[in-house]
Design a protein around this ligand. Sequence first.
Ligand code: FRU
Length: 488
Amino acid sequence: MSDMLEKARKYETEKLAHTDKNTKPLFHISAPVGWINDPNGFSVYDGKIHLFYQYYPYERAWGPMHWGHSATSDMIRWEQLPAVLAPDQEYDKIGCFSGSAIEADGKHVLVYTGVTKINMPDGTVQERQNQCIAFGDGINYEKYEKNPVITGDTLPENCSRIDFRDPKVWKEDDTYYLIVGSKGIGQIGQVAIYSSKNLTDWKFEMMISDDSTGKVGKMWECPDFFPLGDKQVLICSPQNMRAEKYEFHNGHNSVYFLGDYDKKQHTFKKEEPYALDYGLDFYAPQTTLLPDGRRVMIAWMKSWDACVVPDTQDWEGMMTLPRELEVKDGQIWQQPVRELEAYRKNLCRYESETIEGETILDGVNGRTIDMTVTINDGEYTTFSMKLACNDEYETSYTYYKASEILEIDRTYCGVTKDIVCVRRLKIKDTKRPLKLRFVLDRQSIELFINDGQQAATTAIGTPLEADGIRFFSDKAVAIDVEKYDIVL
Ligand code: FRU
């Protein structure tokens, strides 16, 4: 193990020994110490589900990227494991950027982007991003001695060698494939596909997709590519994407394209892009296929541009709940993994409860809860809920029936910076009673609308004593509430 990795492991162990666990999310992965961003290497190895992440232990800010590590058997209780990669080689000295993992011949293989700098003939220095691998046993990982295994020189002439990152690997029959995000001429996002028989020798096949419209942001970060139902899905996180009406508001967005994939020719005919999440904090999702056939996605629960973390907190960055994906009516639907249900306790239920004006319902509160509220039709024009609230703090969800808009507002969640706090989204299906499932875990609120047709994820920075929930309706409306505490 390199001195740099040993130092990181020692540092995190010491810090973790002094961390009060009750101040951190209960069932979401969060930074052990310092900073985390993208989920990496989401995979099944040796009977366990592993998740790695972009990690800088020493500060609550992005820095030279390491890979942190957690593992689980049910995606709810996570075990903190020691960091696995540090930027300790010439070819990754600027950082071990995002990537993925796969089980191969009994080994756990990590595929990541090594970022380095090279001297150009004209005396300038330029960054280079190349793909690298490491072999491990679920705890310790050795970088391959002939890294990098894919350099930018394998790309067509007019592609960037600087923006070439985030490999996602999979196996089909006897061949490994990986896709990598890249930037083409005119700053257009694109995705390259490579093939290999052994994970060390790779051949560039072609660009499977690019942004011919010029509307889907710039560099396509963290691509993922997999079959779902009878469709093929391409997920990517385009940087700097322009918002359109109620869509694509995060600047750095995460979108998906459904399409048809010809595996032999590597051609992918894609449909329109859709947002994966309508909240304020969701980026760089990655999926894995579970042995039981479920395709599960996890994402970084933060936006690059906004931060709600109070100055007193010495860690930053959480992951969303893993979510089960499904294609229905030509779009992706998502629900928290069903394993969460095993941790539901203390059911509190109201049926056809009338809300008029501001109402508190006995027993409906909490900061680690799974709660579904169904708003039956009525004469109201505005229905609203305040979560994580007391007289000082609140995060509100307000539904304006005439315009079919749901407004999320975290202005009073405890933020002390001038960041975006309000997001409006259009409810896709207004023909049915609006069903809102909220999963709260101390510093976050994940919302699943109408059984997962839409999702909206929002981080909050609210002191834990603000655990109230208040309902409001301008005219009488009947709602159903089913609330559980999540107890681990
Ligand atoms: C996405 C990203 C990736 C990169 C990583 C660096 O959030 O920019 O493209 O690999 O973060 O930490």
